[in-house]
Ligand binder design. Sequence first.
Ligand code: M6R
Length: 615
Amino acid sequence: MCGIVGYIGNREAYPIILKGLQRLEYRGYDSAGVALYDGKSIQLCKTKGKVGDLKKKCETSIDTTGSLGIGHTRWATHGVPNDVNSHPHFSNSGDLVIIHNGIIENYESIKKELLNRGYHFKSDTDTEVLVNLIEEIKINEDVKLGKAVQIALNQTVGAYAIAVFDKKKPNEIVVARLGSPLAIGVGEDEFFIASDASPFIEYTTNAIYLEDGEMAVVRRGKDVKIFNIKNDKWVNPYIQTLQLNLEQIEKGGYDHFMLKEIYEQPQAIRDTFRGRLREMEGLIKMAGVDDNIYRFLNARRIVIVACGTSWHAGLVAEYIFEDYLRIPVEVEYASEFRYRNPVIFKDDIVIAISQSGETADTMAAMKLAKEQGAFVFGVCNVVGSSISRLADAGAYTHAGPEIGVASTKAFTTQITVLTLIALKLAKEKGKISTSEFHRLLQELQQVPTKVEKMLESNKHVKQVAEVYKFATNCLYLGRGYNFPVALEGALKLKEISYIHAEGYPAAEMKHGPIALIDEQMPVIVIATRKGHYEKVVSNIQEIKSRKGKIIGIVTEGDETVKKLADHVIEVPETTDSLSPLLTTIPLQLLSYHIAVMLGKNVDQPRNLAKSVTVE
Ligand code: M6R
């Protein structure tokens, strides 16, 4: 989704903004732009394409000096990606300049009124409508920029994070948020504005995260004044010290963030355990669960809401919770749940899973569940994100920043957190014996080492990728715990290589997908020894009879599938419920290598955004 960067201080804004926009590239975008102000004239430069294209254009077409500036990466919603629709946008007078992440839903009716009052529009965007509404209010009501922004936002419906400045006020930027993240980096006599902290982490670790419904007037060399957009009340700024460091958001010698993040999984899973998995004491400690243990133990059912990869992690959790805890679990696409009038009970636990913690549909689903009295628990990666703050309680995955658009370590750490919760509750409820609990804890602790071992198969997976890189379709099959892994494997391939792929429960194949199988069709089958093995072997036979190409993900030492498959990739033995943490690794590597071989933009696949902050 769109990315916002701003700077006001004593340095040159342009290099800070440009680097900041590069850091936000991972969010997904199709055009970029920057507006710089040196106190005399505003320089505007924008283009369809990447930040690299913007840099070339700026450096040959504008004067890049100025210590106030705003920059933007746009993920098109209203209007095609082109230079004109790119942000920033000017108001008609040329005094106000805005950047915006989100959607103003009632922009058409506002636009109509503004057109009647003589305003004209260059772009097709809702954002240009907003900046002119602010201008109209500012002039008509003779108010300062901050007040005009506040009045305008109270007339809009939708979601936004905005930054706007006024040519007549060279020392301030006004920002606001509702439904889209916005952070303010607080330096010495200088302020940074960004969609997340990555653009300013090398300048300051002090940050203010605006809450939904808040706006701020950021004044050069002075302070940040925060207000509630609805009731105009002042809010005391809460300055957090960030734990993030530069290294975490750089590639560290890897060709792509995705590969780095795949390789970070052993450590990420260890970090997820840290302080929680206490094998010696024979317990799992999780504050968010411990503090609400009564609700968890008396829950009627668990409803999981999420999108994309996080939804797949939710599916794995469904198997784990039902297996160990024996309470009903429903896993819902947040986007469907929020609109389909779901039955929610007060004694439901709703678990919202989200890497970014900013996904609009997941947030809306949470709000609905909360309104109906359910207890909402968040499983997020990004600390301080909107979902983590909206939840009644939660647990972080502690995977560290995930920059590659294709989720990898987020998935495995989400499963890890959910497994910890399931085992903890199962133990507390007496649903599993102490010895089984201990056995599972031990198995769980060995997972990071087994993932490390799995990563050693990278070279072999690359050879397999070489064989199938020109496939136009792929089928992924798995059963039980590995059915969601099949879905996740297919999603990874689609996202970054643009090869059509489908994930199916292996037995479902006979009910349709088998018609697709011929000698051109690679079928990736997860056939680990503990998960309905014989049944999956039968499915493999069925594929073989139809000449499909079989890539088996098998347990080390497997001989049966080896005889049937065209290729096998071995995974270390583990208990069935933990196998997704291992079987998913070769599927991530396979999609990664195929995408690289096809020359695709692995970290920023076309049309995709890292955090989907609009519906
Ligand atoms: O940040 P979230 O986990 O809420 O994001 C959900 C999906 O947008 C995300 O998992 C998406 O499907 C990824 N691109 C998958 O790799």
